[in-house]
Design a protein around this ligand. Sequence first.
Ligand code: PHE
Length: 460
Amino acid sequence: MNRVGFSSRIGFVAAAAGSAVGLGNIWRFPYETGQHGGAAFLVVYLICIIIIGYPVMVGEISLGRSAQANPYRAYRSLGTKNWGLLGIWGIICGIMFLSAYNVVAGWAFGYFLQISFGDLLSTSDLPGKFGTYIADISDNFFYSLGFMVLTAIIVAGGIKKGIETASKILMPLLFLLLIGLIAYSLTLENAMEGVRFYLIPDFSLINVRTIYSALGQAFFSLSLGMGALITYGSYISKKENIGNSAGMVVFTDTMVAFLAGLMIFPLVFSQGQTPTQGPGLVFVALPGIFAQMGLITGKIVGGAFFLLLCFAALTSTISLLEIPTTYLVDEKRWPRLRVVILSATVIFLVSLPSMLSHGAIDFFTRFLHYEGVDKSFFDLVFDVFSDVGLPLGGFLMMIFINKKWGMKSFDEEMTQGNSNFVTGILKTFLHFMIIWVNPVLLGIMVVVTVLQKFFGIIIF
Ligand code: PHE
């Protein structure tokens, strides 16, 4: 099969790093860090990235490149018909994950517009504003729709013209914006207190829960376990050195998360806010801080921040929409444009209950009761398709590589583009992780998550 893929290594790295860098880095990473002990979490996170994240990423990309196909076809052709189901599971995860992810991206888009061009910063009860904002979907509907349309337009442009070009423009812009915002936030009073919280670890804060959360964050942030990287991997050339490219993607993703923390904690501490407030951190604490900067500065700094969040989210939604798109183009041979319109429309419709989950409709807002609290439809989607789905996909992928595809085939794939692979230390490291460490750790993680979330058995 002759696939038209990425034109160059930098094109692939930009797109894969674009997939990885997203809401996970700028929205989720800071609140997870804030809730789990600051610097101590950062240290555990970095270890998880190296020993779990990197090997899983290499495995996933090499599967995609070897099969030159979508996740379903990849598992099927490298394994058996039944393994194809794992690919289908990945595609379903991608669709459901995007349906909820796009809602958060829509909030970011709305906040960008309302801070820059509206009067959000003059609202009297800013913290309360977020709650009423997400409950009222009259505007949100259009922001989410706008985001999905933007994603669809880029994906319709294809791998090279659409995705590669967009990533090459958006990723450097994102870095520039981040650096600018860090420079600003470090000048604020009390900024150093935030830096201390973020960079000086108190190791007594590390427990099993920290490790567990860090591992979940690593999967979310590196786009692992659902087939996004099998899909992108299927478009790279055999000349490419997968070990190096994956290394660059992991490095970029970790750098952006690290820098996002360096921007946010000084801002939070400079205003005496608490870092432990959870998912609202970026949407509740930060606008309050922007408002106190004075209207003009607030509009510029706040607008830049939410624009940054939108860029990051966009390169991720692109990779998520590409999963079902590649699948349908490969399997049904339909024209890309038709597939993109169909997938984006279906996913947008599936996202409606998640959009209505924040107070608009009680049925979706209090959809189920587990983990001792009421959970919305939106929570359920992330719990099932992210917290369980991604590590489960990663665990089964490790089993697949070990038992079905075989480490020998893995080595052969890695050797293309890196002739020294089999004699190098990287091979020893990857084999040890993929054969021994990852299956065990990921297996435990999946079982613990399912028991804790859905069976009320609290293990830690
Ligand atoms: N990694 C993305 C983020 O951090 C989310 C994502 C997960 C994208 C899985 C694609 C696949 O926001």
